[in-house]
Design a binder for this molecule. Structure first.
Ligand code: HSE
Length: 395
């Protein structure tokens, strides 16, 4: 059988990871025809195929069957993708920004498992394993921040030291704010929502709460209470609407999310039949991303394609108010029951306040899924609102 000819675009963490996966397991069926890089002069140890800086010339080479894009560059990657449509080539990408911007769905020449969850084959799972439909999806979708949280809470490192090591390991985006402010997991969540719910969310449809630093008091308190902090992306169907957010949350130490460590990612799914599922794998870095890119080639060779379907427009829930949680974060040290009451009087509607303690005001998260344990709304009497006594944790 003829070997498929691959053009590899990019030789950073993901590109090198793909190249190494190919060297280990792919040379019998796939040939790397060439690698396109930005800097043609840079010495790249272990790279033994043709290198070029002319990406389009490589893609348009008639010998190329498959383009594996591993750059993270959105604007140019769109042009490369368009070229592959014209050339009838397969386009495999790890580029979540690009994927989230493509309006077509189920394009038959496009696979992007590596864009979400690293080695976790979550897109394929969503496509193939939930015939009842999905009612909610929750996940640790960012390896860098999970790595930092592990270093802080397991090893006692500072946030900045954790970030530094995560950078050295190649987990962090070129623009680190994408990881730390939640843009990266939010983009992944939007991609997953297409496959889970057939719904297209725009960036504004996801409430995103940045990860923040933790001081010694926070760390001690969280440990003492057998809790863990995880940066969790959630999307759930709620009366026909999708509620989507990314936020730091507290989970009990024995919760499966608490056992997601280092750069691991995990996804928990509840289907419409009420069954729950949990998946975990390494979510960032050379090997997981490279393997995910390689796996798309395998899947495609076996006839796998994303389903063609028309995406519905987002119907996101207005109840989750970014302002509320942002304000909670800002008010961290001075937050009092009176402050919150004044917000309520001012019209804020706390839908469900998952967790609130004065030490942990910054971790307050509004929840609208079934797991909620404490509900506050304008209608509730003030007497029922005793923030200092409320600690509700997902088990
Ligand atoms: N910066 C991303 C992360 C890389 O930390 O998860 C993998 O998508």
């Amino acid at each position: 059988m003829k070997k498929l000819n691959i053009a590899l675009i990019g030789f950073g963490t993901a590109g090198r990871g793909f190249y190494e996966a190919w060297q280990q397991i792919g040379t019998a069926r796939f040939n790397i025809h060439g690698v396109a890089v930005k800097d043609g002069e840079k010495v790249r140890n272990g790279l033994h195929v043709n290198v070029t800086t002319d990406v389009l010339a490589l893609i348009n080479d008639p010998a190329v069957d498959v383009v594996v894009e591993a750059t993270g560059n959105v604007k140019e990657a769109k042009l490369w993708y368009e070229a592959t449509i014209k050339n009838r080539q397969l386009f495999v990408t790890a580029n979540k920004q690009l994927v989230s911007q493509l309006s077509g769905f189920g394009n038959q020449n496009l696979l992007y498992e590596a864009s979400c969850g690293g080695a976790l084959p979550i897109v394929r799972l969503l496509e193939t394993c939930f015939p009842h439909g999905i009612s909610s999806i929750r996940g640790v979708l960012n390896g860098s921040t999970n790595y930092i949280l592990t270093r802080i809470f397991v090893d006692g490192f500072s946030f900045n030291d954790g970030l530094l090591i995560a950078k050295e390991a190649g987990f962090v985006e070129a623009d680190e704010r994408l990881d730390l402010d939640g843009g990266d997991p939010a983009t992944k969540l939007r991609i997953l929502c297409r496959h889970a719910f057939g719904i297209r969310l725009h960036a504004d449809d996801v409430s995103v709460f940045p990860l923040f630093g933790f001081n010694d008091v926070d760390v001690k308190f969280i440990r003492r209470n057998n809790l863990a902090v995880r940066y969790i992306a959630t999307a759930a169907l709620d009366e026909g609407k999708v509620v989507a957010r990314v936020a730091p949350e507290l989970v009990a130490e024995e919760h499966p999310f608490a056992k997601v460590l280092n750069e691991e990612n995990a996804v928990s799914i509840i289907d419409k039949g009420g069954e729950s599922y949990f998946f975990k794998a390494k979510g960032a870095g050379k090997q997981p991303t490279g393997t995910a890119l390689f796996n798309d080639l395998e899947a495609w060779s076996q006839g796998f394609r994303y389903k063609k379907r028309k995406l519905a427009k987002a119907k996101s829930s207005p109840e989750i108010s970014e302002v509320i949680v942002r304000t909670v974060v800002d008010f961290r040290d001075q937050l009092t029951a009176e402050t919150i009451e004044s917000w309520i009087e001012g019209g804020f509607r706390f839908y469900r306040l998952r967790c609130y303690l004065h030490e942990l005001a910054q971790i307050a998260v509004v929840e609208s899924g079934e797991a909620c344990v404490f509900v506050l709304s304008k209608e509730l009497s003030r007497q029922r609102f005793k923030p200092e006594s409320v600690l509700s944790i997902e088990h």
